[in-house]
Design a protein. Structure first.
Length: 602
RNA sequence: GGAGUGGUAGCUCAGUUGGUUAGAGCGCCGGCCUGUCACGCCGGAGGUCGCGGGUUCGAGUCCCGUCCACCCCGCCA
């Protein structure tokens, strides 16, 4: 037998018992005579004491122990000597006086120390199995389990069925780039890995499943980010005979359960709802972070006749002028202004207009344009923007969406520069609703679905869809936002064949293409489809936020690096020519020396 | 595809206007130590300063190129 208890289990009441523990050597404190070893498993630490007078053999062996050796110890649970209890450890009142020790496995010196922070992510990922021994990561994995368990429990109680959908799936024309899998049995044809189980879950509604969920792995072949991996997990939910409010209540309950069962935190029973238009207008983002204020204020009326042509000209062309007041940030450095200006330009602005309001008197204001403004204009700004000495005002003048977008980014950048969120532990939940159904892609010169092509237009905007007024059709779609992160999104779906066809046509998908790519779902809708809708939660992001991490890599057991490479197992990697031949695939990838590689290395 | 930050000992980092033999903490190795828990004390080993080129009497430091990592934008219906 390896153990009678785990390493965070022994307490005062066990004193006098003989126990057996197994685990890793977390640390050794060798005093020559007496030796202390902290034994660790995933649950915690227990101190073992080796004394020659108890067992000469064990004490002798204990001198040779190194970090991360794996041991089995047997000994007597004893109270620690007076004044030597360790209140940092749950097991700190007791220790195991060892009478027998077995070295199960020795460890080489580790490539990094487990008790120190480590910035070399390459090294961490290469030895992920060691990284995961660190308490923070071990805790994250346990939290992740808690959240998925809470999800399953909650949805089960609500009558949802967990159903698996295919991983070998069909390529979809819209959306992200697909991962493709060549088919050996159908030469020249390919499966795609699912970007989401969207169509399957809708077909399950046609099947009468009524309430479906899946903790589903999804795949998108796009560039990575700290919150994006090529394969990720989403909590995929779909239900029949539901309206938007039903899904919203369901998710509020689900998130409540997740936070309760993982962190023990009570979150609000319902979240504020905000339209997409209000979110953009007020925060310059469809996923506003409301943990700090700095709202976007419209000053178009105040400055429409301003002598500063950038402002008045924009208004004359139908644009707007918006501003944010970065309270107390008038002492911003020139370098920081430059940085913000560059950011604004990246977001599409021509420049960044600002006022550093050093004191009350406008003569103390530092600004490229303020001298050209009338006293009335200044007065209006003072009032509307609540300008006080020490404030920094940033302006954007452009078409409404662009001005909002630019200032939205400024708002986040200022919060970053000013460390507004340092130490903030709030959880601010929010629903963003009434998204536009379609958005025009200038590059492709076509309309794209903002959410996806199965999203239902709002009933009151249906006539606009008929009329081809695509820009003003709103969708029965909603996102759930936590602290400026989109943690989920969903919609009520189209369940009518004719409407779905109309939607495809609006997206520029010809009748032939509809037949080839979507006949299964269009046909299914002709056999009695219930109204339905659902949502998908970004599970990795949710767990990341629950764990207080800044990257989803910290909550995924074996993540890939920025280039999509698993540097531990070295995947992706080359395959044998024979494997490719069986799949009727030939690589045209060029090796470093510019030759076509027909026998890839492995 | 574009911008930014970084790369110095096993790890985390410092290294000033270019100037002696490139440092610290932790880890590692050896020794001492019977109540520690970031144990302590003594001693020691350990470096292609990412790589290549250049400027210079002299380059970790300046210049050019390049590779890698992270981060952001694009992209992610």
């Amino acid at each position: 037998m390896y153990r009678t208890h785990h390493c965070n289990e022994i307490r005062k009441e066990h004193i006098g018992e003989v126990v057996t523990l197994s685990g890793w050597v977390n640390s050794t404190r060798d005093h020559g005579g007496v030796i202390f070893i902290d034994l660790r498993d995933r649950e915690g630490l227990t101190q073992a004491v080796f004394r020659p007078e108890e067992s000469e053999e064990a004490a002798k062996l204990s001198h040779t122990l190194r970090f991360e050796d794996v041991l089995k110890i047997e000994g007597l649970v004893s109270a620690r000597l007076d004044g030597t209890a360790n209140n940092k450890l749950a097991t700190g009142d007791v220790e195991i006086v060892v009478r027998e020790v077995t070295v199960i496995s020795r460890s080489e010196v580790l490539p990094f120390q487990l008790d120190k922070e480590l910035s070399n992510e390459d090294l961490r990922l290469k030895h992920r199995y060691l990284d995961l021994r660190r308490p923070r990561l071990a805790r994250n994995l346990q939290m992740r389990h808690r959240v998925s368990k809470a999800t399953r429990d909650f949805l089960d109680e609500k009558g949802f069925l967990e159903i698996e959908t295919p991983i070998l799936s069909k390529s979809t024309p819209e959306g992200a780039r697909d991962f493709l899998v060549p088919s050996r049995l159908s030469p020249g044809k390919f499966y795609a890995l699912p970007q989401a189980p969207q169509q399957y879950k809708q077909l399950l509604q046609v099947a009468g499943v009524d309430k479906y969920f899946q903790i589903a792995r999804c795949f998108r072949d796009e560039d990575l980010r700290s919150d994006r991996q090529p394969e990720f997990t989403q909590v995929d939910i779909e239900a029949s005979f539901v309206e938007q409010s039903d899904i919203i209540s369901l998710i509020e309950g689900l998130l409540g359960r997740c936070f309760k069962d993982s962190l023990g935190v009570d979150i609000p029973g319902s979240f504020e709802q905000m339209t997409y238009h209000t979110a953009m207008d007020t925060y310059g983002s469809d996923k506003p972070d409301r943990r700090f204020d700095m709202k976007l204020i419209d000053v178009t009326e105040d400055l429409k006749d301003c002598e500063f042509r950038v402002f008045s000209g924009t208004v004359a062309n139908g644009g707007v002028i918006k501003a944010i007041n970065a309270k107390g940030f008038a002492d911003i450095s020139t370098g920081q202004i430059d940085k913000l200006t560059k950011l604004a330009q990246e977001a599409g602005a021509k420049g960044l207009a600002y006022i550093q309001a050093r004191d009350v008197d406008r003569k103390t204001w530092r600004s490229p344009f303020v001298k050209r403004m009338t006293d009335e204009e200044i007065k209006a700004l003072r009032t509307n923007l609540n300008i006080e000495p020490g404030d920094l005002i940033l302006f954007a003048a452009d078409k409404w969406p662009d001005a909002c977008e630019v200032l939205g980014r400024m708002r986040l950048a200022v919060a970053e520069l000013k460390n507004l969120l340092e130490g903030n532990t709030d959880f601010d939940f929010l629903w963003v609703t009434d998204f536009p159904l379609l958005a025009f892609d200038a590059e492709e010169e076509k309309w794209n679905a903002v959410h996806h092509p199965f999203t239902r237009p709002k009933a009151e905007d249906m006539d606009k869809l008929e009329a081809g007024d695509y820009a003003n059709v709103r969708a029965e779609a909603y996102d759930v936002v936590l602290n400026g992160n989109e943690i989920g999104g969903g919609s009520i779906r189209i369940h009518e064949q004719a409407l779905q066809q109309k939607m495809f046509t609006a997206l520029g998908i010809s009748d032939e293409e509809q037949e080839a790519m979507f006949s299964h779902i269009l046909t299914a809708f002709s056999y009695g489809a219930p109204p339905h809708g659902g949502v998908a939660l970004g599970f990795d992001r949710l767990v990341m936020l629950i764990c207080g991490e800044e990257s989803i890599r910290e909550v995924i057991a074996f993540p890939k690096n920025n280039k999509g490479v698993d540097i531990m197992s070295d995947s992706p990697s080359g395959v044998d020519f024979k494997q490719l031949r069986e799949l009727y695939v030939r690589s045209v990838a060029k090796e470093k020396k510019a030759e076509v590689d027909e026998t890839p290395t492995s």
